[in-house]
Design a protein around this ligand. Sequence first.
Ligand code: IPE
Ligand code: IPE
Ligand code: MG
Length: 249
Amino acid sequence: MTTFKDQIDKSKLPKHIAIIMDGNGRWAKKQGKLRTFGHNNGVGSVRETTEAAAELGIEYLTLYAFSTENWNRPKYEVDALMRLLVKTINKETKTLNKNNIRLQAIGNLQSLPKDCYKELHEAMKNTENNSRMTLVLALSYSSKWEITEAVKELVKNVKSGKLKAEDINEQTINSHLCTAKMPDPELLIRTSGEYRISNFLLWQIAYSELYFTDKLWPEFRKEDFYEAIVSYQQRERRFGKTSEQLKGK
Ligand code: IPE
Ligand code: IPE
Ligand code: MG
């Protein structure tokens, strides 16, 4: 039996894959457990996906772990997620170093609890020289927040004379986003059968291929990740052109 892994064309890998990890709560509920049980088990899927991406040679893997809107969840769930984050980062930093993976984060990191911010900052510092893959955690992230911050910064620079309004172009805007130094994701995956973006990377996914799966995040395994990449590789990315143009006809 050929696996999805066998079908991947290594010469056509996306450089950047982003994932909306969704469905932890429903996965837990299905077994009569608390939502937090789902979050705890989601860590295994993070591990699997990170390993699979690094093994393949993906350069950037961005995981949506906590959105600006997620602060509105019940306090016990938010607290549990923050504790899980501290625990996981603390536990996994060694493995990240062993696998030569650099950890970065995007989002309103200042809004995280102090211990969480500290743990994250240390892990980023400890892994900053790793070069095989960059794992980006989106934490307290939302695209509208990110774009608002970028606009504020741009206006400040125009006011102070550092930047001319007429010189603002797509590149300038790009460079004011949290993802300034990263390529845009070619592939965006969302688990749990929801067909929405939930305020994630709105600018950066302008031309991404979207892949939706019914799998709930805690059941997402390496083969599911490979399947998404195979689907991506079967698509024709036209960027506004015609199919004939792309085939050089
Ligand atoms: C994703 O799973 C994890 C976070 C958003 C933090 P959910 O917690 O959203 O699980 P569902 O969507 O309610 O099943
Ligand atoms: C999106 O999931 C955010 C993360 C995966 C961190 P949600 O579960 O919060 O999204 P909605 O509310 O269903 O759109
Ligand atoms: Mg959800």
